[in-house]
Each structure stands twice: as structure tokens, then as C-alpha cells.
Design a protein around this ligand. Structure first.
Ligand code: NAD
Length: 476
């Protein structure tokens, strides 16, 4: 067990720990790739040794199935750890850049240096993975970190606190459990960078707080991510993939397909295939699904009521539940649900659903689908199910999104060569592998002159010098 510095009497003394981290940051900046990898591997070993405890903690918090803990929380984390450990040495090397003609005699480099004091605030839906993944990147970049996990998943937050206490001195990494009050106190401190994962509404609060210290931010947010199924799509595969993406973790995934845009010519066979996929994955009826260990719960009753009211509002305004709809308030259980006939005046088409309810919109021509997407905020993910190269190109060129997966779903989070993140309302900045490494580094440009000088363009600006300057400017 690593103990705190003697001058830090109280583990939860935010100010003292921040000051200790600030003093310690220059030492962290000097750490080698091997030293940072050793720290990352400490986390790796701890997780491997405590996999069962983490599965139990997540089951206690919201009955998350063990396989979804492994795939959603730990899998992406293991991959990030492996990928970072493999590449960190080369990422840390200064990158040589080419020299423009007028700067002959110089060499240019990009150095990656730590930002310094980093704050990580994480959500509850992948409560371990989304707290620890940015921590891996922050350690890889040589930063010191204060981390606040979500209060909604207390068993996991406790495990995170225990892990960090065991593995790191508080000058390097410190965990603060608590709700928005704790987050507010932390946000008052002059961090150099804030890595926030959560809702767009809280993202705005975080960015405003960061502005007080001109801290840089990474905001991994959410919103309404559409999935388009066009007339050429492979119906069976698309239905299976969308059912998996929508009901994995009970729809509480930032990159879950929020709503479906399906071409009207294939709507019926698609919805039939979708129902069959749900039955195959989770069970033939709501009762069986409720008893199944393969189906997660809504995290708490406040969120249960929120999702319930989205569905109720849609039905009151004329939509129809065509699959599921069964709910158990006492258990925060909502069966895999499909709501058809939705329109833009319904809350379900305005707010991020973050639950196992899929609204269906059918379209006749692709411009209609594009209007539905482009009338909303830029999505975190846009999914396209299509065999038509022409349709795919058409949609890609006329939309924007944090990431797009074509003919599959959600793998952008677990692909370390793909930048993961949103655009504006769905996020600012990118994570995963080298993209995360750049995000948490200050990219310092360095120019070193080896010979010569620029004296020949200094004043007084004689005709000769003026000509030389105009020649050089043209050569830039
Ligand atoms: P949230 O924004 O309510 O909370 C996230 C974190 O912010 C928690 O730790 C919470 O304690 C803290 N917080 C709450 N109020 C705060 C305040 N006023 N000031 C500062 N911090 C505050 O989000 P959530 O409900 O935990 O998670 C769901 C949201 O997160 C969804 O919108 C989802 O799409 C998004 N999300 C995004 C990603 C991503 O990688 N882009 C991943 C997971 C979840």
C-alpha cells in the first residue's frame, strides 16, 4: 500500500491534495515511458485480480450482466492498456517535421508534454471503464490526476477509490467520491485540463467552470444518435445488430442507436426480424426477460421514471408501442420496447432516451432521413445500414457525426486507431490510443537553428531585401 505524503493529513482535503499534486506534477513530467507503463500495468494487474469483485459491484449497482461488464467496461480498458503500453515509447518521442525552404538551417519538432493537473469526472453507465480509461491516458501523458466517479453507482465508485488508494500516492492520483456538490468544489480549482464524460447539460457547466482558469477540456457527451436502415440493407443482420446495440446495458450507452430511420419499403420485414432478434437474445416474453441475467436494469428509479415518461408522452401524442412496453417500477425494469409512429413534437424525439426504448421513423427518400438528422444537434454516432455505396457516400457527405459505423454498431469505442468523441453538443475532443495521448498532452512546437541566421531579411528594408522577402514569401 502506498501512503500519502506526511503533509497531507486528510485524504479528502481537496485543496491540500491539489497543492501536493501541483508540486509533484514536474516530477511526473520527467517520468520515462517505462515508468509510466509500470504504473499502467499496476492498474492492469489490479483489475485482473479483481474482475469478480467488479462484476459483483456492477450487479449490485444495476444488475449489469457479467458479459457486459467484460465487454463494455473492461474489454475496452484492457485494449487501451495493451495498445498504450505497446506504443507509448514511440508516442513520447519528439516528432520531427519537414523544414520549409526559407527556414533552411533549422529543424522542427513536436514535443508532447503533460498538461499538468488533470481532473476526470465520469458517468455511471460504464462506471469503471469510463473512469479508468481516461486515467490510463492521463498517466501515459505524465499528468497528475484527481478523479470523481459517479455517485449513482456507489459500489463501483468505492472499488475505484480502493484501487487508487492501494496503487498510487495521492500526489499522483486521488479519487473523490460524491455528487454534483463535490464536482462543483473540484471545478473551482485551477486544473490545466478537465476530461468530462456525461450529459451535454453538465458538459456546459464544466466548460463554463474551465473558462475561469482557461483550462482546456475534453467533453465526451451524448445526445441522439440515429441509425439509418436503407432499402438495400441486409435486414436480418441489421436487425440483430441494432437490437444488440439498443438493449446492451439496457440502452444506457452514449453510442447506442437512439432512434431508427428505416426505409418504408423494408419496414415491415425489418421490424419482424427485429422482434425475432430480441426474442432470440433475451427471451420470448417480458416475464422471461425480467428474470434473465442477460438483461441489465435502469440505474435508478429517477432514470426509470424519466424513460417511462418519454414513452408515455409518445403514446399520449399518438405513437404506438409495437414491442415490449412492460415496466416494473419496483425493479427499474423496462422490457425491450419499440415505439412506432413518433413525431418531432414528442419528447422521445427531442431528448436523449438512454434506455431500452427504440422510436421508429420511416422515410421515403434519403433526403427526408437527412432532414431528420440535420435538424437535430450533431450526433455522437451516426450508423448506416446499407449495401449501396452510392447511398453511403451521399449520407456521409451531407451529415456530420463524432463517429460513423457502416453495417455494424458501437465498435468505434473499442478501436484504438479510431478517434472516439463527439462534435459540439455531442462532445469536444477525442479519446482512444494516440488521439487520447494528443488530447491530454500539450503539443509544444520546437524549432532549433543549427546553422545560418535570418539576418538577411532584417531592416533596413533596402530594395534587395524587399525582393528577397517577396521571393521567400512566395516560396512558403
Ligand atoms: P451526468 O452529466 O448527469 O453526470 C456525469 C458526471 O457529472 C457525474 O460524475 C456527476 O456526479 C457529475 N455532475 C452532475 N452534475 C454536475 C454539476 N452540476 N457539475 C459538475 N459535475 C456534475 O451524466 P450521467 O447521467 O452520469 O451519464 C449519462 C450521460 O453521459 C448521457 O448523456 C450519455 O450519453 C453521456 N455519456 C457519454 C459518453 C461518451 O463517451 N461520449 C459515455 C457515457 C455517457
Amino acid at each position: 500500500m502506498i501512503t500519502a505524503s506526511p503533509d497531507i493529513a486528510q485524504q479528502d482535503d481537496i485543496q491540500a491534495i491539489f497543492a501536493a499534486q501541483r508540486r509533484h506534477a514536474p516530477q511526473m513530467a520527467l517520468t520515462t515511458a517505462a515508468e509510466r507503463i509500470e504504473r499502467i500495468q499496476r492498474i492492469h494487474r489490479w483489475i485482473q485480480d479483481h474482475e469478480d469483485d467488479l462484476v459483483k459491484a456492477m450487479y449490485a449497482d444495476f444488475r449489469k450482466p457479467a458479459s457486459e461488464v467484460l465487454l463494455g467496461d473492461l474489454g475496452a480498458l484492457y485494449y487501451e492498456i495493451k495498445h498504450t503500453s505497446k506504443h507509448l515509447k514511440s508516442w513520447m518521442k519528439p516528432k520531427r517535421v519537414s523544414t520549409p525552404l526559407p527556414l533552411m538551417g533549422t529543424r522542427g519538432y513536436v514535443h508532447h508534454e503533460p498538461k499538468g493537473n488533470v481532473l476526470i469526472i465520469s458517468p455511471w453507465n460504464y462506471p469503471f471503464g469510463l473512469a479508468i480509461k481516461p486515467l490510463i491516458t492521463a498517466i501515459a501523458t505524465g499528468n497528475v490526476v484527481m478523479l470523481k466517479p459517479s455517485e449513482m453507482t456507489p459500489h463501483v465508485s468505492k472499488a475505484i477509490k480502493g484501487m487508487i488508494k492501494e496503487l498510487f500516492p495521492v500526489e499522483e492520483v486521488a479519487v473523490f467520491e460524491g455528487d454534483s456538490h463535490m464536482a462543483t468544489q473540484l471545478l473551482e480549482l485551477p486544473f490545466n485540463h478537465i476530461f468530462f464524460t456525461g450529459s451535454p447539460a453538465v458538459g456546459k457547466i464544466v466548460m463554463a467552470a474551465a473558462a475561469n482558469h482557461l483550462a482546456s477540456v475534453t467533453l465526451e457527451l451524448g445526445g441522439k444518435s440515429p441509425v439509418i436502415v436503407d432499402e438495400t440493407a441486409n435486414i436480418k443482420t441489421a436487425a440483430e445488430q441494432i437490437a444488440w446495440g439498443k438493449y446492451f446495458n439496457n440502452g444506457q450507452t452514449c453510442i447506442a442507436p437512439d432512434y431508427l430511420l428505416v426505409h418504408e419499403s423494408i419496414k415491415e420485414p425489418f421490424m419482424q426480424a427485429f422482434r425475432e432478434s430480441v426474442q432470440k437474445m433475451y427471451g420470448p416474453d417480458a416475464q422471461t426477460i425480467e428474470q434473465s441475467d442477460n438483461y441489465c436494469r435502469i440505474v435508478n428509479n429517477r432514470h426509470f421514471k424519466r424513460v417511462q415518461s418519454l414513452s408515455d408522452d409518445a403514446v399520449q401524442k399518438g405513437a404506438t408501442v409495437t414491442l415490449g412496453g412492460q415496466m416494473n417500477d419496483a425493479e427499474n425494469f423496462i422490457a425491450p420496447t419499440v415505439v412506432d409512429g413518433v413525431s418531432d413534437d414528442m419528447a422521445i424525439m427531442q431528448e436523449e432516451i438512454f434506455g431500452p426504448v427504440l422510436p421508429v421513423v420511416s422515410y421515403r427518400d434519403r433526403d427526408e432521413a437527412l432532414r431528420a438528422i440535420n435538424s437535430r444537434e450533431k450526433p455522437l454516432a451516426l450508423y448506416i445500414q446499407s449495401k449501396s455505396r452510392q447511398n453511403i457516400d451521399y449520407i456521409m457527405a451531407r451529415t456530420t457525426a463524432g463517429d460513423t459505423v457502416i453495417n455494424d454498431l458501437m465498435w468505434q469505442f473499442g478501436h484504438m486507431e479510431i478517434p472516439f468523441g463527439g462534435v459540439n453538443n455531442s462532445g469536444i475532443g477525442k479519446a482512444n490510443g494516440y488521439f487520447g495521448f494528443q488530447e491530454l498532452s500539450n503539443m509544444r512546437g520546437v524549432i532549433r537553428r543549427d546553422f545560418g541566421t535570418s539576418r538577411f531579411i532584417y531592416p533596413p528594408y533596402t530594395d534587395k531585401i524587399q525582393k528577397l522577402i517577396s521571393f521567400l514569401v512566395k516560396k512558403l
